[in-house]
Design a protein around this ligand. Structure first.
Ligand code: NAD
Length: 456
């Protein structure tokens, strides 16, 4: 595959101004929706082959989010693309001022493996909505989903507008040698740094959607049963291979035992057969990740679970207790079905410990105490989160999604996604029927007084 040829062709197509036509953008998005709908069964089969993931889970965690994003963009992109008039200040009178949203150009979307459809397609939808041309490079790890995405898109869209290039690190490295107008990357923090460096060569703007260890505070006044249910759902969905899954719990000491019992009960109810992969519980994506996770479990700290099966790459939902911030499992993002639980007595101390770590992608608080909720929200920097819930913030299109610090740069979803792929061009439009002459020489006291009046 000649990568530079594809990029050149996309640049030419962009420069033909075709993608600036809002009708083409809407048609393209409608076509994408139609193709996905028509091929849902192929999408379900491919993801089952890669993860043993059920159609139900694929629909709620992937396709429904993609359809929502498509519907939202189709409905609103005309409004989002309109030029907007803003006030002109007195010093510039007589003139009008406006802002023109313009697409950035040719965009590269590099995606991670864990939600292979939505992580590849949602940024691409925003980029198309904003009028760009797009190359998607899906993760090579789940190769059935990568293949089905490439087949569906490459057979149905103009390669100069939207295309998929499959490949591994070598392909991505070659893609990064091209000059892009924007790179949108989802993946790990170390690879994020590689992308950022490559982009800097051409001063290409980036959005980096990275990972991190997302803390979950559980305060003594929470509803323990509902808290346990929501945490178990959020942590073990996709076997914990979710960037915004609760990575670890910070639980007030006096409810620790009750919460552990409640978590265990929910796991037993949710996943009665989790030692075997089944329609409700997915497998670990590959051997490398399976081995990494299996070695992370400290056998002397298992409260529940801990069974691993290399034959089907399953790791049972696992609860760890008596964990401290210095434990091995607390050093890096877990990205699997292992939940360490740290019990604490002093909230101040625990907040301080979270603050010295890298800024997480998500944070969750289970409590009814408004003061404590406000305190945590005010003191800790993180990408986004939820109170008395986990994960579901991603499904509200009005909440921009993204990290901060080591968990990412920039955000997307709905209008925030449109903005991510748009340059807002500011124009001051002067008339020529009058020339006040104030800014020209000679610089007199009178002019200076008028300028001060206008500018201060
Ligand atoms: P990864 O960084 O290994 O890979 C992501 C992409 O980068 C893939 O397409 C891969 O082919 C490419 N890549 C890998 N190594 C590369 C290299 N050396 N040079 C150039 N390209 C390279 O990440 P992953 O394992 O696919 O995904 C897991 C990570 O992604 C976790 O840290 C998770 O938290 C994060 N993630 C973040 C979000 C988010 O929205 N913030 C969503 C999903 C996953």
């Amino acid at each position: 595959m000649d990568i530079s040829k594809i990029v050149n062709q996309q640049n030419s197509f962009f420069n033909s101004n075709s993608t600036k036509e809002v009708t083409l953008r809407i048609e393209t998005l409608k076509k994408l929706k139609h193709i996905l709908k028509e091929n849902e069964n192929n999408l379900y089969t491919a993801i089952y082959d890669d993860f043993k993931k059920s159609a139900f889970e694929t629909y709620i965690a992937e396709l429904s989010l993609i359809y929502n994003e498509l519907n939202d963009a189709i409905r609103n992109l005309k409004k989002w693309s309109k030029q907007k008039r803003v006030r002109t200040n007195l010093a510039n009178f007589p003139a009008k001022s406006y802002i023109i949203p313009e697409p950035l150009g040719t965009v590269l979307v590099i995606s991670a493996w864990n939600y292979p459809y939505q992580i590849a397609l949602i940024p691409a939808i925003s980029a198309i909505a904003a009028g760009n041309t797009v190359v998607i490079k899906p993760s090579e790890i789940p190769n059935n989903t990568s293949k089905v995405l490439a087949q569906l898109i490459n057979a149905n869209f103009n390669e100069n507008h939207l295309t998929v290039i499959e490949g591994n690190v070598a392909t991505t490295t070659e893609l990064l040698q091209q000059k892009w107008d924007k790179i949108f990357f989802t993946g790990s923090t170390p690879v994020g740094k590689i992308i950022y460096k490559a982009a800097a060569e051409n001063l290409t703007p980036v959005t980096l959607e990275l990972g991190g260890k997302s803390p979950t505070f559980v305060l003594a006044d929470c509803n323990i049963k509902i808290t346990a249910k929501r945490i178990v759902w959020a942590k073990f969905l996709n076997a914990g291979q979710t960037c915004i899954a609760p990575d670890y719990l910070l639980v007030e000491k006096r409810i620790e035992t009750k919460l552990l019992e409640a978590l265990k009960k929910e796991i037993e109810d949710f996943y009665p057969h989790s030692k075997n992969i089944n329609e409700n519980y997915v497998q670990i994506v590959n051997e490398r990740n399976f081995n990494r996770l299996a070695q992370l479990i400290p056998t002397n700290k298992i409260y529940h679970g801990g069974e691993v099966n290399p034959e089907n790459r399953s790791i049972a939902p696992t609860l760890l207790r008596n964990i401290g911030f210095e434990d091995h499992i607390m050093q890096d993002e877990i990205f699997g079905p292992i939940l360490p639980i740290i019990a604490f007595e002093n909230l101040e101390d625990v907040i301080k410990k979270v603050k010295v770590k890298e800024k997480p992608l998500a944070l969750y608080i289970y409590s009814k105490n408004k003061k404590i909720i406000q305190k945590i929200l005010h003191e800790i920097s993180f990408g986004g989160g939820a109170i008395n819930e986990s994960l579901v913030q991603i499904s509200n299109p009005n909440l921009p999604f993204g990290g901060v610090g080591a968990s990412g740069i920039g955000n997307y979803h709905s209008k925030a996604g449109f903005d991510t792929f748009t340059h807002y061009k500011s124009i001051l439009h002067k008339t020529s029927w009058i020339e006040p002459n104030i800014k020209y020489t000679p610089f007199t006291k009178f002019k200076s007084a008028i300028l001060k009046f206008l500018l201060e």
